[in-house]
Design a protein around this ligand. Sequence first.
Ligand code: PLP
Length: 472
Amino acid sequence: MTDQQDDGKPQDPFKPYKGRFETYDRIPEKGRKTDDILEEIALMAEEENTAWRTGKISGTYYHAGDAHRAFLNQTFSYFSHVNTIQFDLCPSMAKFESEIISMTAGMLNGDAVKDVDPSDDVCGTVTSGGSESIAMAVKVYRDKARAEKNVTAPEIIMPKTAHPAFNKAGAYYGVKMVIVPVDFPDFRVSPEAVEARINPNTVAIVGSAGNYPYGLIDPLRELSAVALKHGIGFHVDGCLGGFILPWIEKLGYKIPPFDFRLPGVTSISADTHKFGYALKGTSVILYRNPEFRRYQYFTFPDWPGGIYASPTSAGSRSGGLSAATWASLVSLGASGYLDAARSIMHVADEIRAAIEAIDGLIVIGEPTFLIGFRSEALDIFHINDFMKTRGWRFNCLQLPPALHFCVTLPQTRVPNLGAEFRKDLAEGVSYARQNVGTPAQSSALYGLAGIVDGNQQVNDLLCGVFDHMYAI
Ligand SMILES: *Cc1c(COP(=O)(O)O)cnc(C)c1O
């Protein structure tokens, strides 16, 4: 089923606008009318927005309520031209960012650090996203251990389920990532397995709250004890769960402690651009005390351009994003976040129940807002193939094969979505039963991963996709 273009050539799914709108491979000689441009952009946006409005897309769009988004866009517009680093010219930036950090720290029980050591004081910075927050923590642990313990070949221990942003940061900053498998069928990392890998080069360990594949919270209490015992850092990746687990906990769900209440936690990443419902392009990295944050700052006094300093890996950042993030937190308030979590959990509980009701499907661990599931009897990717025809978009997982669905606010705005999910899933399972033994469409790539040769092929393929995307 390939869409045909007028010229009979199959349409490239990455380039649906080719031939439909003008392609610019050079700056146009004469500027275009702004009305024209707006019309074209609005058309693309409206078409692309139809997908998440169905509520059938896992994760990806976290709030996207039209009124909230319009409000954030308005706040953005006042500072879209401002560089956050220009604190002197725009003191509003210092206000927005310090308050974003403080509000996030408060939500994650930052005050609890004083019970352990009154001289500790949670602090942090605003970054461009979860990957940068994580990269900053990796750099901090590397530089702190080098300065204080003379560690020159740093290692960080992470569960296999932790986000690849850690692997990426390790690759960028020259830190070896030691990967620990997760236990079966619990799918959480074992604290003993983490401890067994600690050596004099270990600068920190990592746990997720919750992890991206299954939304599960690692045994953080135990990992905290391991970190304390060995005097090393402990980063909790709350990029995904940081802005929703505190509210789910307040709703009365049983959530183990995941934040600064744990005495061994030295840093937490939490994404404002996910369940903080802010615009894309912001996250917060928090540290137990300012000593850690010092290792994040970059200063270079000897430049002809002036004395240079920057707090994160980014240089210029848009002040609009900081204004909008601040506005998101302040406009929703604790009651707004709590209401959002309640609506999300209502749908998530329905989805979980629908999966659990089907013989042959296994929910992974004890999830909350993100439900991962697999099957031993069926090819889970057959179910994905079928659900695609009904407009559902899951995230495909591998090692082992599984699917996940992450509930965000768009799902809560579609009436009876849970019932529709239940009905479609039952049909998807019948489809998978009828097709046992035939290869599923959505699994083509996954067969290759994990094989040494296969990995090289997949790497080449993925790089090829980027090259193609950047080609005109
Ligand atoms: C999204 C996510 C990240 C990375 O964040 P980006 O904002 O995409 O850079 C890290 N960890 C988890 C668990 C995530 O879900």
